[in-house]
Design a protein around this ligand. Structure first.
Ligand code: NAD
Ligand code: TYD
Length: 340
């Protein structure tokens, strides 16, 4: 019997990578991919995949009836990727973050219970744990308190709490994954790495917040997706697993690596006003996932960054279609300058 899974947000950056990976690696698995196609969802992210084992349904995770209609009766799992995901947008306006990330998660948990779905996998983030001191040996572990600092992180932390409540109250089988900053093909160019690649390619200024020394712990998107699958298959019910590849980098180093790889001058770097409430450092201790799930990231930073840059260079029309649309208004509002 083929296994059926319900993936939400599967037209976004990580969700679409997950769909590709599962279709490649799990020949007996069928996917219903449920996505509202917000500004961040893109049907082009799903081009070329095996249509025989993948059904796309356009819908909002907050729409109870639509979720119940789309969710197969015999689904083995829900993987909840659907979210508003960009910190800067949440600073500008938090409403949609609270609606999708919290209410939407609750609707999915209710639907899982009603349809008897075996396992619920919540794709969360290290950002729920707040920030770490800059120069220290401190890492986020599963025992770290949830201390979110941005409206985005607060909404994801709240989502973790509704997941926990569904398990404690109703016995829903849940697993939570908390990952660091992802990079790779098809990431919407509002995020650091694709934004800097696109601006550098177009000889436009690269806006670095504050002193550029904030640290993020970068992981290649496919490694994250392998970790999510491992948590689904081998994670203990009710547990959270931190996923990371021990790859801390200051933003300014990431930006200069991109410029160097593209042969562009460092003079394109423009220091701009810092993000409000800007978390200083994220760093993940993934020991639990390594020991309990056998989680092993495969991609090195050097190869991953090269593969990512190459993808954006080879898919200029994917980026330019976004950069020529509503994104221009976003950029003007957020950065106070227009794209060329
Ligand atoms: P993304 O913004 O690229 O994609 C989000 C997807 O969700 C889009 O396809 C969008 O259309 C869909 N969506 C949004 N609101 C929806 C709604 N109400 N109903 C149905 N679909 C909706 O995000 P991403 O970077 O791929 O992140 C995916 C998940 O991974 C999110 O839950 C995010 O919090 C989590 N995460 C992301 C990172 C990262 O570095 N990007 C790191 C850790 C965890
Ligand atoms: P981002 O990709 O938005 O991810 P997150 O905020 O979830 O970590 O940003 C990564 C880092 O890059 C973060 O420290 C903010 C910084 N940044 C800039 O300096 N300039 C930018 O234009 C953007 C989008 C981010």
């Amino acid at each position: 019997m083929p296994k059926k899974i319900f993936v939400t947000g599967g037209a976004g950056f990580i969700g679409s990578a997950f769909v590709r990976l599962v279709l490649e690696r799990e020949p007996d698995t069928q996917i219903v991919n449920y996505d509202a196609l917000t500004y961040a969802g893109n049907p082009k992210n799903l081009e070329g995949i095996d249509a025989a084992r993948h059904a796309f349904v356009k819908g909002d995770i907050c729409d109870r009836k639509a979720v119940l209609d789309a969710l197969p009766n015999d689904a083995d799992a829900i993987f909840n990727f659907a979210a508003e995901s960009h910190v800067d947008r949440s600073i500008y306006s938090a409403d949609e973050f609270l609606r999708t990330n919290i209410i939407g998660t609750q609707v999915l948990l209710d639907a899982a219970r009603e349809k008897g779905v075996r396992r619920f996998v919540q794709v969360s983030t290290d950002e729920v744990m707040g920030t770490l001191p800059e120069e220290s040996d401190a890492f986020f572990t599963e025992a770290s308190p949830l201390q979110p600092n941005s409206p985005y992180a607060a909404s994801k932390a709240a989502a973790e709490f509704v997941v926990r409540a569904a398990r404690e109250t109703h016995g829903v089988d849940t697993v939570v994954t908390r990952c660091g900053n992802n990079y790779g093909p098809r990431q919407f160019p509002e995020k650091l790495i694709p934004l800097m690649i696109a601006n550098a390619v177009n000889d436009e200024p690269l806006p670095v917040y504050g002193d550029g020394k904030n640290v993020r712990d970068w992981i290649y998107v496919d490694d994250h997706c392998r970790g999510i699958w491992a948590a689904y298959e081998r994670g203990a019910s009710g547990e959270a697993y931190n996923l990371g590849s021990r790859n801390e980098r200051q933003n300014i180093d990431v930006v200069t690596s991109i410029l160097d790889a593209l042969g562009k001058p460092h003079s394109l770097i423009k220091y701009v006003t810092d993000r409000l409430g800007h978390d200083r450092r994220y760093a993940i201790d993934a020991t639990k996932a390594e020991q309990e799930l056998g989680f092993r990231p495969e991609m090195s930073w050097e190869n991953g960054l090269r593969a990512t840059i190459d993808w954006y260079l080879n898919n200029r029309e994917w980026v330019e279609e976004i950069r020529s649309g509503e994104y221009r208004n976003y950029y003007q509002k957020m950065y106070g300058s227009s794209l060329g």
